[in-house]
Design a binder for this molecule. Structure first.
Ligand code: PEP
Ligand code: MN
Length: 271
């Protein structure tokens, strides 16, 4: 179902409803931005206002965080989902948030416009199947040791349940060089487009883990044909509860968004 041979035209995935619809694929570049985790109403509101002004089309924020350490901040849970919905609506932004547990899928689907499946869960087939039973758009991140074909097989789990709304995401794979958090694979973009009609976006925040490298990698992704850009933005990265060191400041995001728009136009796409 994900294959391009069966479906030669690129799919356009729409997120949100009414006049606040974000589009991914088929000439549309979706702009997802926001903090790694939902931390408080005040912070999320500030960040959402700034990214909307900069031209973002979807607000992100994790309510359930898949942390490497069980002692690290695990997210605000259901309270976070409600905050995300409220603040997204206030700023006219559809919202995406991660589901990490099959038992939470229904709840996440109730509050969010798009369900994220994280890199750590790309092959959690029980979770994929649950998400496939909803009709919510899905943001499926590439596992850190997964090939593009593995990613497409995971998409197949969602599609085969009757949910056709899958957006893929390149977020870096484990490499041998610890200069960056992960190894950013720009080649995954044309490779995905060759094999599949599904949109693929880039996440240079998790791919690099280094704010100074995010703009170059974001622009390279769009130049290579990415159908969207996912960036973590925080107004005080130094006391963020997760992924602070890789967050862009709102003003840095605003500058990058302008450059993304220019590159998108140069390759014949619109935001
Ligand atoms: C995230 O988006 O905050 C996240 C945990 O991403 P990934 O699954 O790509 O590590
Ligand atoms: Mn993060």
């Amino acid at each position: 179902l994900a294959s391009r041979t069966a479906h030669p035209e690129p799919s356009v995935i729409e997120v949100g409803s009414g006049k606040n619809v974000a589009r991914f694929g088929g000439g549309h570049v979706g702009m997802i931005a926001g903090p790694c985790a939902i931390e408080s109403a005040e912070r999320l509101d500030k960040i959402a206002g700034a990214i909307k002004k900069a031209g973002a089309t979807v607000l992100r924020g994790g309510a359930y965080k898949p942390r490497t350490s069980p002692y690290a901040f695990q997210g605000m849970g259901e309270d976070g989902l409600k905050l995300l919905r409220e603040i997204g609506d206030k700023h006219g932004l559809p919202v995406v948030t991660e589901a990490i547990d099959p038992r939470h899928v229904e709840l996440v689907a109730e509050w969010a416009d798009m369900i994220q499946l994280g890199a750590r869960n790309m092959q959690n087939f029980v979770l994929l199947t649950e998400v496939g039973k909803t009709q919510k758009p899905v943001l499926m991140k590439r596992g850190m040791a997964a090939t593009v074909k593995d990613l497409l097989m995971s998409a197949e789990y969602v599609l085969s349940q009757g949910n056709p709304n899958v957006v893929l995401c390149e977020r870096g794979v484990k490499g041998f060089d610890n200069a960056c958090r992960n190894m950013y694979d720009v080649c995954a973009i044309p490779q995905t487009h060759e094999l599949s009609h599904l949109p693929i976006i880039v996440d240079p925040s998790h791919a690099t883990g280094r704010p100074e490298m995010i703009p170059a990698c974001a622009l390279a992704g769009v130049a290579a044909g990415a159908d969207g850009v996912h960036i973590e933005v925080h107004n005080c990265p130094e006391d963020a509860l997760s992924d602070g060191p890789q967050a862009l400041l709102p003003e840095q995001y605003a500058e990058l968004a302008q450059q993304i728009r220019k590159v998108a136009e140069a390759v014949g796409k619109t935001i």
